[in-house]
Design a protein around this ligand. Structure first.
Ligand SMILES: Cc1cc2nc3c(=O)[nH]c(=O)nc-3n(C[C@H](O)[C@H](O)[C@H](O)COP(=O)(O)O)c2cc1C
Length: 383
């Protein structure tokens, strides 16, 4: 009996030893890194460990020490970029991808990035981080969201964004990236690892609960493009073109911008009875480009009313300077001029050729006595 007991216990013991040793061998033969990808901000550190390996036998190295250095598994983010940290153990390599981003904790209010929830526009302070920057490139996006956990609405973005997850406890209004590819908007708090994208401001917790505490919502994030505008740009020396330009601006609701010459024209310069005066000399020189003093921005301009007096049958050379100095791509240009008696002739055609951009409509000449009704009729005829 006791022999039997001994035999049985020996067999059992051998089994246990055999079982345990396989476990140890298994564990020892398949070491793995605690993470294979790290997102760090400049200056941050993170600890890597090769689980299942003897820590003092692991050799750590970084492919690019300038981006991230590693000592005994502690990774220090040095400068923006990405590199690989390698753990070498028993002749095998275990790789962790490290992405370092610039430190930038300052949140910005980006009025151009608009969030609406079920059609209601939210005031959002967006974070300045690479996740928001990547999100911005996807806009506009519509995210169908579903309620989860009594604290959030969550929905698929449709693609993965760069993430820098951190354990955070959310507040109502927080907007986060969850698991790299989901958008979560909170109406109550939850603690989890997220990348913060921004926060809704100006809404109470109760208001947010009313808005988000339902089965599903639709979130739309879009870019608010600056309103398309029309601009009247004009050059005028004795006030006639200025008067017409002002009426056009009034009728069309356009911005009004005057071309100022760097060297002002004196009345002598404008004396067309003397062929040696400045204006006449310039007009006789096709390559003359009088300098413009003021910066005239056409940002957001879709329609440009471009006005000038007729000087010797053509637009003053300063108009050549203007059209050559501006990219009119995407702009509809409507030329107009004033004169003693001449028509617009080929002046607008010449400007169009020099501009080499923009969609040019037929121009129109106005006399010095033009009234606002004439301008209204003309504007109406353009539409
Ligand atoms: C140098 C010069 C040349 C001109 N040449 C002509 C011309 O060829 N034909 C014409 O009808 N008026 C001509 N004018 C008159 C102007 O076109 C006219 O007075 C114009 O309305 C002035 O516009 P502003 O007051 O906006 O400068 C000329 C004026 C100047 C100063």
């Amino acid at each position: 009996m006791s022999i039997m007991k001994k035999v049985l216990s020996t067999i059992l013991f051998s089994f246990i030893i055999a079982f345990l040793s396989t476990r140890v061998i298994c564990a020892a033969s398949t070491p793995s890194l605690n993470t294979t990808s790290l997102q760090l901000q400049k200056g941050e550190t993170a600890e890597l460990s090769l689980q299942g390996a003897k820590a003092n036998k692991v050799k750590w190295s970084s492919k690019n020490k300038k981006i991230a250095d590693v000592k005994k598994g502690v990774v220090t983010a040095k400068e923006a970029g990405s590199t690989k940290v390698i753990a070498k153990y028993k002749g095998k390599k275990y790789v962790c991808k490290v992405t370092v981003t610039d430190q930038n904790d300052e949140p910005i209010i980006d009025e151009n990035m608009i969030l609406t929830i079920d059609g209601t526009k939210m005031d959002v302070i967006w974070e300045t981080n690479e996740s928001v920057a990547a999100l911005q490139k996807l806009l506009p996006i519509t995210v169908s969201m579903s309620e989860y956990g009594g604290f959030e609405q969550v929905g698929e973005i449709g693609t993965s964004l760069p993430r820098n997850d951190q354990e955070i406890t959310t507040d109502a209004g927080d907007i986060v990236l969850y698991s790299g590819d989901k958008l979560s908007i909170f109406y109550d708090s939850n603690s989890w690892s997220y990348t913060r994208l921004g926060g809704i401001t100006g809404k109470s917790k109760a208001e947010l609960k009313e808005l988000l505490g339902k089965d599903s919502v639709t979130a739309v994030i879009s870019l608010d493009k600056p309103a398309e505008k029309s601009v009247v740009v004009y050059f005028s020396q004795t006030g006639t073109t200025k008067g017409v330009a002002e009426m056009i601006a009034e009728v069309t609701g356009s911005e009004l911008k005057r071309i100022e010459p760097m060297v002002p024209y004196t009345s002598e310069d404008l004396d067309y009875n003397d062929s040696s005066t400045r204006a006449t000399v310039e007009q006789n020189d096709l390559s003359a480009r009088p300098e413009i003093k003021n910066e005239i921005s056409l940002e957001g301009c879709r329609t440009l009313y471009l006005g000038y007096p007729i000087w010797w049958g053509q637009a003053p050379r300063i108009m050549d300077t203007f059209v050559e100095g501006h990219n009119l791509t995407g702009v509809t240009v409507i030329p107009f001029c004033t004169s003693g008696s001449s028509g617009i002739g080929s002046s607008a055609e010449r400007l169009k050729t020099l501009a080499d951009s923009g969609t040019w409509k037929a121009g129109r000449r106005f006399s010095s006595g033009t009234d606002i009704n004439t301008i209204k009729e003309w504007i109406d005829s353009l539409n």
